[in-house]
Each structure stands twice: as C-alpha cells, then as structure tokens.
Ligand binder design. Structure first.
Ligand code: ZN
Length: 93
C-alpha cells in the first residue's frame, strides 16, 4: 500500500534553484521533513543539514568526515614569569 511508503519514508523533494552550500551544485538539494524538522541533503556531494526553528542551517555530521575536531590545544607558551618583589612591601620600618 502506498500509505506504508508515506509513513516510512518522508517525501523528498528537489528544491528548484537551490544551491548546495557545500559543492555549489544547483538543483541538487532534496528537502524533506523529519518530525517537523526540515532536512536538506545534496545528492551530489552528500552535504546534509537541517533547519532550526529560526530557519538557520544546522549542518549534520557527515560520516565520511572526521567529526572529531580536535579543539585547539591551548598551548600556553611557557613564559618565565618573574615576580619582582615589591620593594615598598618589604620596606621595613
Ligand atoms: Zn553538494
């Protein structure tokens, strides 16, 4: 039955004139709804994102990419911090 298909697979529609933000291909963007959330995917390069409530693009994590972005390790350059004793504090009466 067609109803089953509708339930299981969200209808994907190509968005005419849409340009993929990743590969800049035109008419390669499919759009569908998942639980009320608009999803987009580029059939050319696999770029996918969703749109949040404000319509902002929320890129999905691509399985082909290494997702683990190493946070820039804060490498504090060892600076020789020298504390100069304040002579005023040491002033002995
Ligand atoms: Zn693309």
């Amino acid at each position: 039955m067609t109803e089953q298909i509708l339930l299981n697979k969200p209808i994907r529609r190509f968005i005419a004139g849409a340009v993929c933000p990743a590969c800049e291909g035109m008419d390669t963007i499919q759009m569908w709804d998942e639980e009320g959330t608009p999803n987009r995917q580029c059939v050319a390069c696999g770029y996918a994102d969703t749109l949040d409530a404000r319509g902002n693009s929320v890129p999905k994590e691509l399985p082909t990419r290494v997702n683990a972005q190493k946070p820039k390790a804060a490498q504090p350059k060892t600076q020789a911090v020298q504390f100069f004793p304040n002579p005023k504090l040491k002033k002995a009466d």
